[in-house]
Design a protein around this ligand. Structure first.
Ligand code: DX5
Ligand code: ZN
Length: 224
């Protein structure tokens, strides 16, 4: 499968957000990745419903909304109403994860489960046929521009094997420190969706970088 590229809006210029969104619209990117942080689950605060709604009026590609918030269940419907198409919740914030995943799907969104870098991917085994995608954090969540944690490559391979063993068609997304140096390795290991913030928005030619990230999957050895 072709790699999907999801530019992280956290690294965009919020004073010219419309232009940055239009640039992504015209690029080969597949999704908009939006990071929602509450200052409790992670040590940073970003933006909420009002901004998502405004982004939705300009964005021509689906919104992939990554919740780094405590008690996400309280807000699922409001994220749907704000324009989320993909909605992911952290394993670490959901005591009733199975219920949460089905609540997201019932609202008509793709449901994703995220795990932090220290949590074993085996934790996801009994939910592989319920969620639509799994997001492996390749940095500790909270900030853009952090260094990629190399162990993520092994984690993707392990999760891929678990998905295959259970005939799961769920996608694997990777988020944090993704760039042109590690993208090919990520695709080969089995990643399907690459989130990239700084490596896209801090380059001279962001659409070109997006095109190059997409191109890494052309020779990928991963089958799905
Ligand atoms: C980190 C966020 C990421 C972040 C990625 O907590 O979840 O989506 O924006 O940014 P880069 O690609 O710069 O690491
Ligand atoms: Zn994210």
């Amino acid at each position: 499968m072709e790699i999907l590229v999801a530019p992280s809006i956290l690294s965009a210029d919020f004073l010219r957000l419309r232009e940055d969104i239009q640039m992504i619209n015209k690029s080969r990117a597949d999704l908009f990745h939006l990071d929602i942080m509450d200052g409790r689950f992670v040590p940073n605060i970003t933006f909420g419903f009002g901004i998502i709604k405004q982004i939705k009026t300009v964005a021509e590609k689906p919104l992939d909304v990554h919740l780094m918030i405590e008690e996400p269940d309280k807000y699922l419907e409001e994220f749907k109403n704000s324009g989320a198409d993909y909605l992911s919740v952290h394993y670490e914030t959901c005591p009733h994860l199975h219920r949460t995943v089905y609540a997201i799907k019932k609202l008509g969104m793709k449901a994703g489960v995220v795990i932090n870098p220290h949590n074993p991917v085996e934790l996801l085994t009994d939910i592989v046929n319920d969620a639509d995608f799994f997001l492996l954090m390749s940095v500790n969540p909270g900030f853009g521009g952090q260094k990629f944690i190399a162990q993520t490559i092994n984690r993707i391979r392990k999760l891929k094997n678990i998905l295959k063993a259970n005939n799961s068609k769920a996608l694997i997304e990777v988020d944090g420190g993704v760039d042109l140096n590690n993208a090919k390795q990520l695709a080969d290991a089995g990643a399907n969706i690459l989130v990239a913030g700084n490596s896209i928005f801090r380059t001279a030619d962001p659409p070109e970088t997006i095109a190059k990230l997409k191109a890494v999957s052309q020779n990928s050895i991963s089958e799905t």
